[in-house]
Write a protein that binds this ligand. Structure first.
Ligand code: AQP
Length: 346
């Protein structure tokens, strides 16, 4: 890997992140990403995209993709993102992402990509059948971030390695082209409650849109009864909750449920244990189910309203794409100049 000495980047602070329109949004996406975006929009300019270019690295039904893109935008808005503060847009609507990704593909090293664990997980046993896009996905992610010279990137724990790769690509580009400080080395914002929400069926696997079992996750659009049932059926061990937070060690499922409660209630795991320690899951699970259902009800209802009014969502996406393109095109033009491309066009 390249030298990690921080480059003297002196540009403005900006946040960028995205969610793929690859299925129903779940509690992990909500706590690990969206809740953090809502907080950060008060602190710095935000660029929030719907990652449709990333989504097609695995098969997406063309009849569903635009609908799912609007659904993610509706989830952003319903969760409290303000389109005046944050530019909300489909990734594919800003061409600079794909064009910059090509240039960065020529900067990134094969050995770096070979180490990416998400590719190994997602391609499974038959990696020769995976799309080339799935392999180069982290480079597109670097382009997403660097096109906006984003300094802060809130993501779940699963994206940590990709963020480190972005820093390596940025540092190598700055170095190779004698442009120290051109790209920032973005900071991952990973810590905090909900950074890694696990499957309800397996406390060692992350909650994921692509898990074939719908019982493994709580979807943003699940109704209260479904949420209560899913929490009730969540896999746990037979012991009651421990009396201390240390007692959660080695109890992945219990730890996950306590973590979810803490993140939603805005308290620490120790405070959850102070309240429920020693009690069985028979009393803790209904309390957790109620908490999730209460939090999701207004979000789901506003999402449904917005999904019934695609024109309103499309106005937000179009406006966001124009504002995003203005920033990304400028970075792309500067990058092309540094690379030495013929300056005649764009
Ligand atoms: N289980 C999770 N806990 C905390 N954060 C999570 N994120 C995803 N799962 C969890 C965060 O949500 C953001 C958007 O994720 P994504 O849609 O870009 O893709 P992903 O990380 O691959 O999410 P999924 O749900 O697992 O989708 P599939 O199954 O399609 O791959 C990111 O910030 C991610 O960290």
């Amino acid at each position: 890997m390249t030298d990690q000495t921080p480059a003297p980047y002196s540009g403005p602070t900006r946040m960028l992140s995205g969610v793929q329109p690859s299925g129903a949004l779940h509690l992990g996406n909500y706590l690990g990403a969206i809740v953090k975006f809502v907080k950060l929009q008060e602190e710095m300019p935000c660029f929030l995209f719907v990652a449709d270019l990333h989504a097609i690295t695995v098969w997406q039904d063309p009849a569903e993709l635009a609908k799912q893109t609007r659904e993610i935008a509706a989830a952003y808005l319903a969760s409290g993102l303000d389109p005046k503060k944050a530019a909300i847009f489909p990734q594919s609507a800003v061409r600079a992402h794909a064009e910059l990704a090509w240039i960065l593909n020529c900067v990134a090293r094969l050995g770096w990509l070979d180490r990416m664990t998400q590719f190994k997980e997602k391609s499974g046993k038959h990696k020769e059948r995976a799309s080339v896009g799935l392999y180069t996905y982290p480079v597109l992610q670097a382009a997403d971030i660097l096109a906006y010279k984003a300094t802060h990137v809130p993501v779940g724990e699963d994206q940590k390695q990709h963020l480190e790769l972005t820093r390596d690509i940025a540092a190598k580009f700055n170095n190779d082209f004698g442009a120290q400080g051109f790209f920032p080395l973005p900071e991952p914002l990973i810590q905090g409650p909900g950074a890694r929400v696990m499957s309800l069926r397996d406390g060692t696997a992350k909650m994921s849109k692509s898990d074939p079992s719908d019982q493994s996750r709580i979807n943003l659009l699940d109704d209260a009864d479904t949420i209560l049932q899913k929490v009730k059926r969540a896999r746990t061990d037979p012991e009651p909750l421990p009396e201390t937070v240390e007692g959660l060690t080695g109890r992945a499922e219990a730890d996950n449920l306590v973590g979810i409660y803490a993140a939603l209630a805005g308290i620490t795991k120790a405070e959850v244990i102070a309240q429920f320690g020693g009690q069985g899951f028979g009393s803790f699970k209904p309390a957790l189910g109620e908490l999730v259902a209460e939090r999701f009800a207004p979000v789901a209802s506003e999402m449904r309203r917005l999904m019934g009014d695609p024109a309103e969502v499309d106005r937000v996406l179009k406006d966001g794409a124009e504002r995003a393109a203005a920033v990304a095109e400028k970075t792309l033009a500067e990058t092309k100049e540094l690379v030495g491309f013929w300056p005649g066009r764009g």
